[in-house]
Design a protein around this ligand. Structure first.
Ligand code: FAD
Length: 412
């Protein structure tokens, strides 16, 4: 049985590995000159492979898609992933936050070892092949530097990624190709992304590029439940990005979609409460400047003081009780998420409802989907890669299972 994988990111490579191990002849095609480019980029940030938290909590990271991920992660979850990496000669460790990384914090050695093993298993790689759809039943079309190519496949796994960082290969050009075949797709949106604020010229000039540390983001979900997320982020030319902003980005993006703007509430003094801050700020200032008073009484200085000045009115600034409330819940108005191209990951994609349990597109028998091109999202923390590996494995095995049953059916 000849299985074609289109897309050589973590999901496609895992699909290739599982299909090949199950006895299929596997050819993998990728648009770029080499595979795994986004995976290598993830390695620049330490390659957070997965997370060590209890399975229920882990599963909750997939939000409304937890039902679909439960069986996928039950067969290939964080422990299986760590064992798999170990099998490639890559030891992993659990960081202080519970996140799991390769011992050397790099992606390249893992990818090298993996590709070596895949080639040894007989997987054939065809780079600089951009999939452009189908020219007939089971006949895939590719553009290559040497012209167009048609490739026959008994089954196909599409693992084409989302739409973030398109220069690394995933440019979402598959969306119209599947949409015209009536595959149901949720619109692609940025996930784990930054936001535009529209800073004043003065604030931007003074603080763009500054990290804001020891803060917490407070967000309210659509059901009205408030959650508090400690962390840090960075002020950008246009707004905010990084760590804790990514954590709360799905709720903020959805609020912007629903209302046009969103309010990010920042706790600039997570270790103090409002009464303590009010008491400290009410102490006589004497001849000290307000900046010195804020620093001495509330440990607020630099970019945090700048944020207060940017957002809080003069009247509120002069009132210790109102200033204390602002320090604990500074409302920063967000006007737009940053574009998908800049996001860490993609929300939206092929709906699970369009797929069967093996991840085969119901309306396109023999065509399976995996990875970030599916409609799910999760925060950073290793959940993205874990999901790509798990869906890649399921799609690869699903393709073999489908072909095997079809053969048996024909013989019978
Ligand atoms: C800066 C950054 C850091 C990240 N760090 C982490 C991290 O530490 N931990 C984590 O869990 N996740 C991380 N991620 C996310 C993670 O890298 C992605 O979720 C993951 O790579 C998606 O895997 P995929 O196989 O679905 O798609 P991709 O990795 O995007 O691969 C898709 C492949 O398909 C190919 N392709 C696309 N269209 C076509 C076509 N028409 N024809 C042929 N080939 C095509 C592309 O060239 C590409 O090789 C990070 C992402 C970024 C941007």
């Amino acid at each position: 049985m000849k299985i074609v994988i289109v897309g050589g990111g973590p999901a496609g490579l895992m699909a290739a590995e599982s299909a090949s191990a199950a006895g299929a002849e596997v050819d993998l095609y990728d648009a770029m000159a080499s595979v795994g480019r986004k995976f290598l980029l993830a390695g620049k940030g330490g390659l957070n492979l997965t997370h060590s938290e209890p399975s229920e909590k882990f599963l909750s990271r997939y939000g409304t898609r937890r039902t679909q991920f439960a069986p996928l992660l039950a067969t290939f979850g964080p422990d299986a992933l760590r064992a798999w990496a170990h099998g490639l000669g890559i030891d992993t460790f659990i960081g202080s936050s519970g996140r799991v990384f390769p011992a050397d914090l790099k992606a390249a050695p893992l990818l090298r070892s993996w590709l070596r093993r895949l080639r040894k298993a007989g997987v054939r790689f065809h780079v600089r092949h951009r999939g452009t759809g189908w020219s007939g039943q089971g006949i895939l079309s590719f553009t290559t530097p040497n012209g167009n190519r048609a490739v026959a496949a008994d089954a196909t796994v599409l693992a084409l990624g989302g739409g973030s960082w398109p220069k690394l290969g995933s440019d979402a050009s598959w969306v119209p190709l599947l949409a015209e075949r009536r595959v149901r797709i949720a619109p692609l949106q940025p996930a784990n992304c930054g936001f535009d604020v529209g800073w004043s010229g003065h604030f931007r000039m003074k603080f763009a590029g500054h990290p804001v540390k020891s803060v917490a983001a407070v967000v309210r979900s659509h059901t009205g439940i408030e959650s508090w997320h400690p962390g840090e982020f960075v002020i950008t030319e246009t707004g905010v990005e990084g760590g804790v902003i990514y954590t709360v980005s799905a709720a903020l993006r959805n609020e912007i979609l629903a209302k046009g703007t969103a309010t990010l509430r920042l706790d600039l003094a997570p270790d103090r409460d409002v009464p303590r801050l009010t008491k400290s700020l009410s102490r006589p200032r004497g001849k000290r400047t307000m900046a010195a008073h804020l620093q001495r009484q509330a440990n607020i200085e630099g970019v945090k003081a700048g944020l207060l000045r940017e957002v809080v009115s003069k009247d509120d600034f002069a009132d210790p009780a109102r200033l204390a409330v602002a320090i604990k819940s500074l409302p920063v108005k967000l006007i737009a998420p940053r574009p998908l191209e800049e996001a860490i990951s993609t929300a939206g994609g092929v709906l699970f409802e369009a797929l069967d349990a093996r991840l085969m597109i119901r309306s396109l028998p023999g065509v399976f989907c995996a990875g970030e091109m599916l409609d799910w999202e999760s925060p950073t923390g290793g959940y993205l890669l874990t999901a790509c590996f798990a869906t890649g494995r399921a799609a690869g095995l699903g393709a073999v299972d489908w072909l095997t049953k079809r053969r048996i059916g024909r013989k019978g």
